[in-house]
Design a binder for this molecule. Structure first.
Ligand code: NAD
Length: 261
């Protein structure tokens, strides 16, 4: 039987997708033919313009739906308003960096809610439709920090390890029903948030751009190269195609060798 790699006719919801990795994943899914639903907690003309641009570039339908992933009711409403989904990409995430003793409890709660609990709620809302159809893909954007730790990122590391556990449990609950659940674990990806840190790091360390990238930002990434949003998006597309039908309950690292150390 020929193996299909087109996503035509499938609807994808990507949480936290008005910038960075989520937007890159949405673009790659649309390029492969999927209808896409973009999301974030804002509701600006720019948010809706992104969906229009994706629709016109790739000839697919694309919508933007506002929903705050820190709120369980809004996570579930996102899936309902989208009309269900065949592909769910849980990508929304925030970071906060502080020693555990100084870590504000409300920041801990926000990181856990947005980076971990939102995926539980969207998955719970999306699974009945996937089960009824006998096909579905759940892709959780975790991190190298889902597999290894760094100091001062307690909530982020806990949430990312948590989402790897949620991924495995989801995969076991739906095994044999045409639904897979996997986590993508990027190392450093050159998104606007990361790019914006480079000038400050250059000043702090008195280094040029290339040295800051190699010696500071990518100190733990042996390839000394950032992953790209297109690579994360391409991996998500691959997980939606037939060759990946038996890949489930696992993590795929895009970290230039970081977690092999
Ligand atoms: P980003 O800040 O560009 O993207 C985060 C997205 O989440 C944005 O669209 C933002 O609007 C959205 N978001 C934040 N709070 C939200 C909320 N309450 N409700 C809905 N949406 C919300 O950062 P990014 O680097 O693209 O990160 C995307 C994901 O990739 C995150 O889960 C992050 O942990 C993960 N990740 C990033 C890197 C990296 O180096 N950039 C590496 C590994 C994993």
């Amino acid at each position: 039987m020929a193996i299909s790699t087109s996503l035509k006719g499938l609807r994808a919801v990507v949480t936290g997708s008005n910038s960075g990795i989520g937007l890159g994943v949405a673009r790659e899914l649309a390029r492969a033919g999927a209808q896409v639903v973009l999301n974030s907690f804002t509701d600006t003309p720019e948010d809706h313009a992104l969906a229009e641009e994706i629709a016109s570039t790739h000839g697919v339908s694309a919508r933007y739906i506002k929903a705050d992933m820190s709120r369980p009711d809004e996570c579930r409403a996102l899936i309902e308003q989208a009309g269900g989904c065949d592909i769910l990409v849980n990508n929304a995430g925030i970071q906060h960096v502080a020693r555990i003793e100084e870590f504000p409890p409300e920041k801990w709660d926000a990181v856990i809610a947005i980076n971990l609990s939102s995926a539980f709620h969207t998955t719970a809302a999306a699974l009945p439709g996937m089960r009824a159809k006998g096909w579905g893909r759940i892709i959780n954007v975790a991190s190298a920090h889902g597999l290894t730790a760094s100091p001062f990122k307690s909530a982020y590391v806990a949430a990312k390890h948590g989402i790897v556990g949620l991924t495995k449990t989801t995969a076991l609950e739906v095994a044999g029903e045409g639904i897979t659940a996997n986590a993508i674990c990027p190392g450093y990806v050159l998104t606007p948030i990361v790019e914006n840190q480079i000038p400050d790091q250059m000043k702090t360390h008195g280094m040029d751009r290339e040295t800051v990238i190699r010696e500071v930002m990518l100190a733990r990434q042996p390839s000394k190269e950032f992953a790209t949003v297109e690579q994360v998006g391409g991996t998500a597309v691959f997980l939606c195609t037939a060759p990946a039908d038996q890949i489930t309950g696992t993590t795929i690292s895009l970290d230039g060798g970081w977690t092999a150390l």
